[in-house]
Every structure is written in C-alpha cells, then in structure tokens.
Design a protein around this ligand. Structure first.
Ligand SMILES: Cc1cc2nc3c(=O)[nH]c(=O)nc-3n(C[C@H](O)[C@H](O)[C@H](O)COP(=O)(O)OP(=O)(O)OC[C@H]3O[C@@H](n4cnc5c(N)ncnc54)[C@H](O)[C@@H]3O)c2cc1C
Length: 513
C-alpha cells in the first residue's frame, strides 16, 4: 500500500493556468493527489506570506514557465552543472524577457523569498540555485545580435558562450571568454572571465561596453562608461551582487581561425616544463596564450592508445597568428622537450572553445579550490608535481591560467578585479561522475590547495570558489577594491536582496580593510 501511495503521488501531474488547478492522475486517486498537493502548499507557505493564489497570480504575470515542485520538469530544472549541488527551490521562474525578471523580483520581494539568479548554471558552488526560495532562471533570454560595423555584440542574459561563439564566428569575430562553451555568459562575465584570448584581448570584463540591469527595487537601468558608472565599475568583477543583468554589450575582435590545441609531456618532465613555462609565458608575444595543466589522458581519439589513462602534464595553446608564426614562437619549446603527443593545428575558434565540452559534461561531481599566483617557485613546482601526479580521477585536473599580456594593462582599481598584477589564476579541480568518490576528490583538492596556498598571492578568482569560503576570502580577493564594492552594494542593493552569490554585504565593516 505504502509504495502504491508513493507511486501515485509521483504520478501526480498538476497543471496550472492562472485561475485553476487541474490535477491529473494516472491511476485516478484524487484523494492522494490532493493530499500531495496540500502538503506542498503547506511547505510553500512556511516562513513566508506566500499563498497558492499568489503563485497562480505570479504565473499569470510571466511569459515563461513557472516551475513548481509538483511539476514533472522540476527535478530536471532544479539541477545545475555540478551534480554535488542538490538544492530544492520552491519556485523556478523561467524568464523570457526583462518584464519576466521584473515580475520575478517583485514576487520575491513581496513574499520575502530567498532569490538566486541563474545564467548558465555552471557555478561550481551552485550559486545559481537556492534551497527553499525562488530561482530567477535567465536561460530563455537567448539572443546574440552581432553588429559587424562596430564589431559589437549584444547578448541576452541567458546565453552560453557557445551561443556567442556560434553567432560571432560567422562574422569573423570573437569575444574573449572561457574554455568550455556551455558556461554561462552571465556568471563568467560578472566574475571577470579568462580564457584562450586573455593575453591578447584581456579579461571578458575588459571587453564589456554596457549592461542592462534590473535592480533589487525593480528599476531597469543601463550601466556603461557614461551611465550609472559606479554600477558599471561594480559589475565588472563584483559578480551577481548588484542586480540581474538581462543584456550584455561586448566589444568583439577579429578572430576566426586560431592555431591551437594541447601538447602533452610525461610527468618525469613536469619540473623542467613548469620551469620553462614560468619564464616563457610572462614575456611571450600576446598573440599566444597557453595554460598549464596536470591531466589524465582521455581514452579516445585523438589520443594514441598507449597514452590512454596516463597521467601527464600539458599546455593548451591558442594563438591568433599564422601556423608558421606560431610554430616559430613554439620552436624553442619543441627543441627543449619534444612533446610526447601534440594536437596543435589551425582550427575555427569555436572548435577550440568546445574542445573539452565532451569531457566536462554537466552532471559530474565537482569540487575546486583556487588561488592567484604571482611567482612559481621551485618549491611550489615540487609540490605541484607531488599532487599533480596523484590525480584522483580521470577528470580531475589542475590549471594555471595566465593573467598577463593584455590582462595586465588595466590598473588594479580600474575594475573590482584586483589581481591584475598576478601571473596566474590557479585552480585545482576534483571531478568525477561517481557520487561515491565525492569525498575522495574533495580531500585531494583541499590537500593540494592547502599545500600550495602559502605560495599564492592571497586571493582567488571569485568564479573558482565554492560557496561558503567565507567573507575573508572574498575580501582577500577584492583587496583595496572591497570598500568601494560595499558602497556600491549599499547604494544599489541596500537590503542584500541578491545574496546567493560571493556576497558583498552592504553593511560590511569597511574599517577592517
Ligand atoms: C566546466 C567549467 C569551466 C569553466 N571555465 C572557466 C573559464 O575558462 N574561465 C572563467 O573565467 N571561468 C570559468 N568557469 C567558472 C565560471 O566562470 C563560473 O562557474 C560562473 O559562475 C559560471 O557562470 P554561469 O552563468 O554559468 O553560472 P550560474 O550558476 O548560472 O550563476 C552563477 C552566479 O552568477 C551570477 N549571475 C549569473 N548570471 C547572471 C546575470 N545575468 N545577472 C546577474 N547575476 C548573474 C549569480 O550571482 C549566480 O549566482 C568554469 C566553470 C566550469 C564549471
């Protein structure tokens, strides 16, 4: 009988329109269906003044769907990229436009709900989703308008970088972004944004020209170099603290084909390679970018079978010059230590951008720790090799992303992103498909990080942090820019309505900084 009740409750599908509940049950037990519904309504009311009629009215105000725990798509919709995150929001508003975002924020305010903003859902700390609150899901706001005359790109707040790369590539253009195409434009941009074009064209925020923002009080404003300039400063690194960005305007650059791909070496050569790399990357031409990695070779093409599952070190290159010029730049490396394998070739930029998507698919367990790094000492290299040789799973890795070249040009206070003087952004990533390995990958990442942290520069890239790393870590990251961020937060979000993020409290003690 018990299992039958569970089955019936699970089979309950509640269809809502703005006026009416229509419970449909596959095996006809109206009583049990209504009971499940009643329990859910009761759960919704807890701690807020939200009634079922309010939800129905809210649904009528939205053009997009409003997903509730009783909806069949709820389980799928509450999931984010990192499968370690298991949060259960009360409502998920699939916003299709600015009006939907306004309605959602108004509803969240009125009913005292915790509100999270979801762009691409990639945040490893799961900051796009919240327990027991309202998810403002921007994924349906999906458009990319390229203006080839000005080389600018208008991007809807719910796009992924794959959407942008696809649209800009047709015009021979690209916007600097990250290395996985399924990552959201929203979270990546607001945190800074680094990837294959960082050394040539800077961080993503260095290419942001304007943004449309819905503030916590429902006002719609534009932030740019000429309008709401304090807000424009704040969103270029301050994360989702200030409002919901419904549209981004970027400067794009003439990038169509790149010469790019990984080179791999045996771990016995890792120390020599890291020492070579630390000298090379700080004085290399800006046309070439290369991030260093410890990795396990995936068991499939293009990798030769004898390397499958082998732990190796590597550099993933991206150059915007011709193959001949790129080979000239990399000739000293090939003569110094010939790679055991390389896949360095001319390719369309979107191909590079999605090269690792197939390995890092959504739904893996994911735990990472990060630091900015100024110098890579011999002692730090020895520790990297110790932990990098002991990767706990096929997907686990460590990356050193260069923060130099064009990314060094703006001053530390030009944007909140205050580590322009770092040389690398280091991220130690424990990843595995199997939930049973969660503790193992987490412990490895923590131990690796603890060993290397004393060699770091203090703070870490805000987008490479988990949730709850603490205010001190956030302060350490923003350094002298923290107080200014607090003032902007107090002006634009005085009640800390947007707090599901790497939070900058409007009432934070600025005397401490
Ligand atoms: C596989 C993988 C690869 C990555 N590679 C890179 C990389 O190469 N370079 C890099 O810089 N980073 C990289 N990241 C980190 C990435 O930048 C962050 O995870 C970022 O938070 C993802 O943005 P999102 O919109 O997908 O996230 P979400 O989980 O949707 O959102 C995260 C937070 O961002 C804020 N936010 C998102 N959209 C908006 C919006 N429109 N308005 C206001 N606030 C918003 C909110 O505070 C939200 O809580 C990577 C992450 C993963 C998982």
């Amino acid at each position: 009988m018990g299992s039958k009740i569970v089955r019936i409750a699970l089979n309950l599908r509640v269809t809502l329109d703005s006026h009416l509940f229509l419970p449909e049950m596959s095996d006809g037990s109206a009583f049990i269906g209504y009971r499940a519904l009643w329990e859910w309504q009761d759960c919704c009311r807890k701690g807020t003044n939200m009634q079922q009629e309010d939800v129905i009215e809210f649904k009528g105000q939205l053009r997009g769907d409003l997903i509730e725990p009783t909806d069949v798509q709820y389980e799928k919709e509450r999931r984010v990229y990192n499968a370690m995150i298991d949060r259960k929001p009360r409502l998920i508003a699939k916003c299709v436009d600015v009006a939907d975002v306004m309605a959602a924020l108004h509803f969240g305010h009125k009913h005292g709900l915790r509100v999270s903003i979801r762009g691409g859902g990639h945040n490893a700390g799961g900051l796009g989703v919240c327990d027991d609150g309202l998810v403002v899901d921007l994924s349906p706001i999906k458009y990319v308008h390229v203006d080839p005359a000005t080389k600018t790109v208008r991007v809807g707040g719910g796009c992924t970088w794959g959407d942008v790369d696809h649209a800009t590539h047709a015009f021979g253009l690209a916007v600097p972004s990250g290395i996985i195409s399924t990552t959201g434009v929203g979270g990546l941009t607001l945190g800074g944004g680094m990837g294959h074009l960082t050394r040539k064209y800077g961080l993503t925020i260095d290419n942001l020209l304007a943004a449309d923002v819905v503030l916590s009080d429902g006002r719609f404003v534009t932030a740019s170099a000429t309008e709401n300039t304090d807000l424009f400063w704040g969103i270029r690194g301050g994360g989702g603290n200030f409002g919901v960005v419904t549209s981004f305007l970027f400067q794009a650059h003439p990038v169509q084909m790149v010469c790019a791909g990984p080179m791999l070496w045996n771990l016995e050569q890792a120390a020599d390679l890291m020492k070579w790399y630390r000298e090379f990357i700080v004085q290399a031409p800006e046309e070439i970018n290369g991030f260093f990695a410890f990795l396990t070779v995936p068991p499939g093409p293009p990798f030769p079978e004898d390397l499958h599952f082998k732990k190796m070190c590597g550099i993933v290159w991206c150059s915007t010059v011709t193959l001949e010029q790129a080979n000239e730049i990399l000739e000293p490396l090939r003569s110094f230590r010939r790679p055991a394998f390389e896949f360095f070739a001319p390719m369309p930029f979107p191909m590079l951008q999605s090269m690792f998507d197939g390995i890092y698919t959504p739904g893996l367990q994911w735990y990472w720790k990060a630091d900015f790094v100024k110098e890579l000492s011999d002692e730090a290299i020895a520790l990297h090799i110790k932990y990098g040789s002991d990767l706990p799973s096929l997907h686990s890795t460590m990356h050193l992303y260069p923060i130099n070249g064009a990314a060094h040009k703006p001053r530390n206070d030009a944007t909140p992103w205050s580590y322009r003087d770092a040389t690398w952004s280091e991220v130690i990533v424990g990843v595995d498909p199997d939930p049973a390995n969660t503790d193992h990958i987490t412990a490895w990442a923590k131990n690796y990080w603890e060993a290397l942290h004393p060699y770091g520069a203090g703070g870490a890239y805000i987008n490479f942090m988990m949730e709850g790393e603490g205010e001190d870590r956030i302060r350490a990251t923003y350094r002298d820019n923290y107080d200014r961020l607090v003032r902007i937060k107090a002006k634009y979000d005085p009640n800390n309505f947007f707090r599901v993020n790497q939070n900058i409290r409007p009432d934070a003690d600025t005397m401490r900084s």
